[in-house]
Design a protein around this ligand. Structure first.
Ligand code: ADP
Length: 594
């Protein structure tokens, strides 16, 4: 409960809304009791004024009320009174419900925002452990379930106790003997509510976890639909999907069983006590029918919110399970935060150096004591077999991961002592897999920054992208589809190179994805790299050797270690591994190290 409470109070601008909700809730409860009171007035009719002397609570109030507002004097007055009560209840109920919904919407909006803001700050290691299905299910599903439960919490934890207490007071004022019966009934009702709630919370957690797997399977197969089709894997993917779907339905069935059983159980117990109170009042206490009817009305007002509580409590338990899951992510600490006295990198003047760098993602060392120096203005290509650690090197420069041993420096300053923002501002990064989103080509290149059209076009020309962009029906204004899937691999990569160039950062790190490129695109990228030579410091992870011919230095990596370095000519003479890679590429025209 604490989690839900802290989630609500942390939401900005929520306090006035909560106050307003409490006021409207008090008014709803008064309206409900006015309804019962109206019932009492009807059953008493004209006799009330004369029996007022009996000292009974309802009689006393009705007789006093009739002095101020003569509702009991005529049927017309009574009708007006009833309409007034109905209107009052409808208005206050609307206000109360609307406010609780507004609170839930605000909280859910804030949770989604906090979640996204937070996960953006978390390091890449966090994304190793959480897949897209897991994260999207938490942000979409869990925040909705929490909001729903907040709605129920407001109704139940505010309105129910208030209604129960005020009704109980009225009951005691009417007949303390009958009220005692209600007291006995109360724990008998509460026990099943809490028993059922505990089961629901457990199942809800299982359901939410299962929804996560379900979504992951769905995302996996939709994103790999091309492979699914080519391999005729439809039956296999359907089987996996059905497995998850069945599991989900099974859990939902179990949850529904508890869900629907709470209200009937509470209803049965409540009604038993109502009947007992009726019999006791009429035959043992010898109360008047009108009094017993009034009392039963109060009993109804008393039990109804409890019955609703039982039902809504299930929703609350689901919210609690979701809140726990969401907070697992929100409470994740960023282990890669800037240190307090981190410096701002203002320029790049000399060199980037890897000094005895050791790195592992999980248990196995990927880089084993790597030394590497890239001087300002140099174009350095990193080559080696698949899995040697080339892409890892590229990712360590902008600090997507932190090294485990050794250090990486820029102009002799360890990058861990720099603010990550200033470090990354100096690096233009072209990842192996292009990231494009649904928006215009211009926005994809400028990445949301305000950049002059001329600059965007100039960068595209240098990335050899301008030509194909202009051929598109709307040119730079063409809206790309999801992940730029309406472009070829080569076009996608040229757009990401244009994005890197428009950044005008002094260091370009390019994790080449030449494997997906046709010869023409490959040549375009080769040209772009050559034209940038000397102007930017380039670190090119070459999965194929064709693009690195003009590099100032080639570093051969194998199994996380540097095997050799030098110019192409030097390496062809001195490094057997490089000679083999070179020959393989030229003879078989096969990709090397991909
Ligand atoms: P290369 O670019 O030379 O092909 P990588 O740097 O991509 O090699 O990978 C080096 C090693 O690190 C490989 O064994 C690979 O399986 C492992 N690896 C790469 N990325 C991850 C990751 N995100 N999580 C765990 N292991 C990884």
């Amino acid at each position: 409960m604490k989690l839900i409470y802290s989630t609500v109070v942390r939401t900005p601008k929520i306090k006035p809304l909560i106050c307003f909700t409490i006021i409207s809730m008090v008014l709803v409860t008064i309206a409900s009791q006015l309804e019962i009171f109206a019932l009492g007035v009807i059953t008493k009719g004209d006799s009330v004024v004369h029996t007022a002397k009996s000292g009974n609570f309802i009689d006393t109030v009705i007789s006093q009320l009739s002095e101020v507002m003569p509702v009991t004097k005529s049927l017309f007055n009574l009708a007006i009174f009833l309409v007034f009560v109905a209107l009052f209840k409808a208005t206050t109920l609307f206000l109360f419900r609307f406010n609780t919904k507004k609170i839930a919407i605000l909280v859910s909006k804030d949770l989604r925002l906090r979640f996204f803001e937070h996960i953006q700050t978390l390091p890449m290691s966090f994304y190793q452990k959480h897949n897209i299905g897991s994260l999207s299910s938490r942000v979409v599903n869990d925040s909705y379930v929490i909001a729903e439960s907040i709605n129920s919490c407001l109704v139940n934890y505010l309105q129910t106790p208030f209604t129960v207490l005020t009704t109980l007071t009225l009951c005691f004022l009417t007949s303390w003997q009958l009220s005692l019966i209600m007291f006995i009934g109360f724990p008998l009702i509460v026990f099943p509510i809490f028993f059922i709630a505990r089961r629901i919370k457990k199942i809800s957690r299982e359901i939410l976890n299962n929804q996560e797997h379900f979504l992951s399977v769905l995302i996996d197969f939709i994103s790999g639909i091309q492979t699914v089709k080519v391999f005729s894997m439809e039956d296999f993917s359907l089987k996996k999907y059905v497995e998850q779907n069945d599991k989900l339905a099974d859990l939902e069935r179990r949850s529904a069983r508890y869900d629907v059983s709470s209200r009937p159980v509470v209803h049965m117990i409540g009604m038993s006590f109502l009947a007992t109170a009726l019999i006791y009042g009429l035959y043992i206490q010898k109360m008047e029918i009108s009094e017993v009817v009034f009392f039963c009305g109060l009993l109804y007002v008393f039990y109804e919110p409890i019955k609703k509580f039982a039902e809504e409590n299930n929703r609350i338990q689901r919210g609690l399970a979701a809140a726990e899951r969401l907070h697992e992510v929100l409470n994740q600490k960023n282990h890669q935060e800037d240190s307090k006295n981190a410096q701002t990198l203002t320029s790049f003047e000399k060199a980037i150096e890897f000094k005895d760098v050791w790195f592992k993602y999980e248990d196995q060392w990927v880089l084993k004591g790597l030394d590497l120096k890239v001087e300002k203005g140099q174009t350095v290509a990193i080559v080696g077999p698949t899995g040697a650690g080339k892409s890892t090197i590229a990712q360590l420069i902008p600090r997507l991961y932190d090294v485990n041993k050794g250090e990486i420096t820029i102009d002799d300053t360890p990058i861990t002592t720099l603010t990550q923002k200033s470090l990354r501002e100096h690096i233009a990064f072209v990842p192996q897999k292009s990231f494009l989103f649904i928006d215009t080509i211009s926005t994809n290149i400028s990445f949301g920054k305000t950049i002059l059209t001329e600059k965007i076009e100039a960068a595209s020309q240098r990335a050899h992208a301008d030509e194909f962009i202009r051929r598109l029906p709307k040119g730079y204004k063409t809206v790309l589809s999801e992940a730029g899937k309406d472009l070829s691999g080569g076009q996608q990569q040229r757009l990401t190179i244009a994005r890197a160039l428009v950044k005008e950062a002094p260091i370009l790190v390019m994790d080449e994805a030449t494997s997906s490129l046709d010869v023409v695109s490959e040549n375009h990228i080769k040209l772009a790299i050559q034209q940038l030579k000397g102007e930017m410091t380039q670190i090119i992870i070459a999965h194929r050797l064709s693009t690195i011919e003009g590099a100032d230095k080639i570093v051969v990596i194998d199994d996380g270690r540097k095997v050799a370095e030098g110019t192409k000519e030097e390496l062809l003479k001195s490094c057997l591994q490089f000679q083999m890679m070179w020959q393989t590429m030229h003879q078989a025209n096969e990709p090397v190290g991909v």
